[in-house]
Design a protein around this ligand. Structure first.
Ligand code: FES
Length: 141
């Protein structure tokens, strides 16, 4: 490997942490739920990539979180990490996960131009929660 290739590899490793690459290559909670209580698909108008988040709610807690979609390494890894972060969380109308929390979980240097990729699953998740409460789901336990 010449110096230029090594530098390119080093840069990629700094941009994409082992955590990000692991969640991209082995996404957790990938797939659909048989009967989700709420679901929402968000797309990135810049590239056309899509991430759909599905949630199962039980006793006001997120009992299952899954995702499907086509996206780049950042968006798939972010979706995978998000489904782990929200599992068993108490569902509430406010933000359950902040932008900063999800970005921190990627442990990578996400450039402003790729911010939409990293936050795409979170936007879908927030819409899921909003729809859940709009449809009156929060009233039943
Ligand atoms: Fe499309 Fe990242 S390039 S979501």
């Amino acid at each position: 490997m010449d110096n230029e290739s090594e530098n390119a590899t080093d840069r990629r490793q700094t941009l994409y942490s082992d955590t990000l690459l692991d969640h991209f290559r082995n996404p957790r909670n990938y797939g659909s739920l048989p009967f989700p209580d709420t679901a929402y698909e968000e797309f990135n108008p810049l590239c056309g990539d899509r991430i759909r988040i599905e949630l199962k709610i039980s006793h006001n807690r997120i009992a299952a979180a899954r995702f499907v979609g086509d996206g780049c390494a950042i968006s798939i890894a972010a979706a995978s990490l998000l489904t782990e972060l929200v599992l068993d969380a108490e569902i509430a109308p406010g933000d359950l996960v902040s932008d900063e929390e999800l970005l921190a979980s990627l442990k990578s240097d996400i450039k402003p131009s790729r911010m939409k990729c990293a936050l795409l699953p979170l936007e879908a998740f927030r819409s899921c929660v909003k729809l859940y409460f709009q449809s009156g789901g929060g009233k039943s336990v």
